[in-house]
Design a protein around this ligand. Structure first.
Ligand SMILES: *[C@@H]1O[C@H](CO)[C@@H](O)[C@H](O)[C@H]1NC(C)=O
Length: 399
């Protein structure tokens, strides 16, 4: 008898699947251990640029003496490395020759902090504050007149310690307090985060709101709703869906989520933030898909809509009646009408899709989905910087 012609192929495919499945399991299991999970979430040991010399910001493209390298200490005594990139207006007006030849004095730096607003910038995971695309953001922001303060979280760059959700929260607060101690008014600080930094920014903004402190605004570039939702959609480097394959097995997903040690639940705290909020996300972001921003926008809009009083369980109940069904249709229609009345939409030719609504006593919520920019360069688009300037006047001192 002849063997089926493709038997060899099937046997190989089978071996391949078993091996691949085995390797995948070998990757998933250690993910539950604190050290491995920390390294995967924060990627703080991806030390890029390698052996960065933070004393020499010029090496990474910043102009001579425009950036002050310094240390700050958190409330739990962790030393963090930080850069203060001075406002370009300040830099130009305080430079007599073509380029400065000596560093600015402490008094001059203080003057820059008093005379110009500051963008408090929280970067994403992996690498440190000298990473090229991040430096491009400081340049873009400072060229519009703002100082830019950026820290490396604990465990990143030249900062001490190791990262955790609580730790990063303390780091953000230390940076905020550093500014307040130098007399910088909350209204002159724009909090801005990218990727993982959006979760950190939101925690800080929510904490400040609970103390009735209102910063100029909160900008979230390429944010995610929560770590629970992110693990389902996250794609490493935009290529390798880390847990994507497990989505077909909801019980595996539920099991995995029990092990998440760094929840970062922006969606549940964002509505407490009492300053204007800008969400910026590129359509072609393959690392964190743009749906995360739309969902944050929806979360912010939700309290302004007629409540949807049905739980998913109720909807699936077989004893569901016709009259309940009409109620659902009715409430859905009222929600749709309220959304249309509140939310203004605009297509910005060549840039993307803009949506916004006004929250009484808390300022605007603006959502821009850009056509391009990917995960890392979305804040470096000139059009995005323009929108930020228009919505928050971040380069100008508020009176
Ligand atoms: C920050 O602190 C570390 C450790 O004490 C020190 O080596 C480094 O020179 C400090 N950096 C600055 C800019 O003072």
């Amino acid at each position: 008898m002849e063997a089926p012609p493709n038997r060899g192929f099937l046997a190989h495919a089978h071996t391949f699947l078993v091996c691949f499945g085995g390797l995948y399991a070998l990757f998933l299991v250690p993910l539950a251990t604190p050290v491995f999970q920390r390294n995967v979430v924060y990627l703080h040991n991806v030390r890029w640029p390698i052996n960065a010399n933070f004393n020499l910001p010029e090496k990474y493209g910043l102009p001579p003496f425009k950036t002050v390298n310094f240390n700050m200490t958190t409330s739990d005594d962790v030393r963090l490395g930080a850069w203060l990139v001075l406002s370009d207006q300040f830099y130009q007006s305080h430079t007599a020759s073509a380029v400065p030849t000596v560093p600015f004095t402490d008094a001059e730096v203080q003057q820059a902090l008093t005379a110009h607003p500051t963008v408090l910038f929280f970067h994403g995971n992996a690498g440190n504050r000298a990473f090229g695309f991040r430096v491009a953001s400081y340049s873009a922001l400072s060229s519009r007149g703002a100082n830019v303060l950026v820290i490396d979280y604990r465990g990143f760059g030249d900062s001490e310690g190791y990262p955790s959700k609580e730790g990063l929260g303390k780091d953000a607060r230390a940076a905020w307090d550093w500014l307040s101690q130098r007399g910088v008014e909350p209204q002159n600080v724009l909090i801005m985060g990218h990727s993982l930094g959006t979760a950190v920014s939101s925690m800080l903004a929510a904490e400040l709101s609970s103390e009735q402190i209102t910063p100029r605004g909160l900008v979230l570039a390429a944010p995610f709703t929560s770590m629970f939702e992110l693990v389902e959609t996250y794609s490493f480097g935009g290529v390798v869906p880390v847990l994507g394959p497990m989505r077909t097995f909801p019980w595996v997903m539920r099991f995995i989520k029990r092990f998440i040690q760094h929840p970062f639940d922006t969606a549940s705290i964002i509505t407490t933030v009492k300053s204007p909020i800008l969400l910026v996300h590129a359509k072609d972001d393959s690392e964190i898909i743009p749906t995360h921003s739309s969902n944050l926008f929806s979360a912010l809009l939700e309290p302004h809509l007629p409540p949807f009083p049905f739980t998913p369980k109720e909807l699936l109940d077989p004893s569901f009646t016709q009259s309940r069904w009409s109620e659902i249709q009715d409430v859905s229609q009222r929600r749709k009408a309220a959304t249309e009345q509140l939310v203004k939409n605009a297509e910005v030719e060549g840039l993307g899709q803009l949506r916004e609504f006004e929250r009484e006593g808390a300022g605007k919520v603006v959502h821009l989905e850009t056509i391009r920019g990917g995960h890392n360069d979305v804040v470096n688009l000139e059009g995005v910087i323009d929108l930020l300037e228009k919505e928050t006047s971040f380069g100008r001192l508020s009176v």
